[in-house]
Design a protein around this ligand. Structure first.
Ligand SMILES: [Zn+2]
Length: 187
């Protein structure tokens, strides 16, 4: 699979984020360990089979919560958005929510190798509902492993591009994101 050439500041952002995730993972794993072995295991007087089961099943849960396997492999890819779906987020009612409705967006991306990926977007640019969407069906995007927002690299009317770190719209040709100041060029 093709690897992308990332600017240093974006690389640094991804590394810092991974370190934070890994620390959270370790803390969760320690909590799981204490609860399962030191508390439940002792109280229930577990035998060897119970311990092995717990180790392989229960204590493996944080690995998937924090998607640790994804950190080991570079799962960056390029593909075309073939379907976009929206889901209104439950907000805390009241008048405000009728103006600022938040939408969870799902992008279905198909690569040249016919692999399908689902990308969930949960923040910032999902406000505004279907009409306020940055992404459109037919856009070609690259998804950089470790970031949330796929970058639009090709569309029919290419007047802006997106930031992989914060998802903001930026004019084509800009070097840094207007909002978070991360580099925009990805080759
Ligand atoms: Zn940005």
């Amino acid at each position: 699979m093709k690897k992308f050439d990332l600017p240093t500041d974006v690389k640094k952002y991804i590394t810092n984020r991974r370190i934070k995730t890994f620390i959270c993972f370790l803390i969760t794993e320690i909590i799981f360990f204490v609860i399962t072995y030191l508390i439940i295991g002792r109280l229930a007087k577990w035998d060897m089979n119970n311990f092995i089961f717990t180790l392989c099943v229960i204590d493996a849960i944080p690995l998937f919560i924090y998607q640790i396997p994804n950190m080991i492999f570079d799962r960056s890819y390029k593909g075309e958005i073939i379907k976009i779906s929206y889901k209104e987020e439950n907000s805390d009612s009241g008048m405000r929510s009728s103006i600022f409705k938040r939408y969870r967006t799902n992008l279905l991306v198909k690569t040249k190798q016919d692999k399908l990926y689902n990308i969930k977007l949960e923040s910032l640019n999902t406000t505004g509902g279907p009409n306020g969407q940055i992404y459109k069906e037919g856009d070609t995007v690259v998804h950089i492993a470790g970031t949330d927002f796929p970058k639009i690299v090709k569309r029919h009317d290419m007047e802006f591009t997106t930031c992989v770190v914060c998802g903001s719209k930026n004019n084509v040709g800009e070097e840094k994101c207007d909002y978070c100041n991360h580099s925009l060029s990805i080759k």
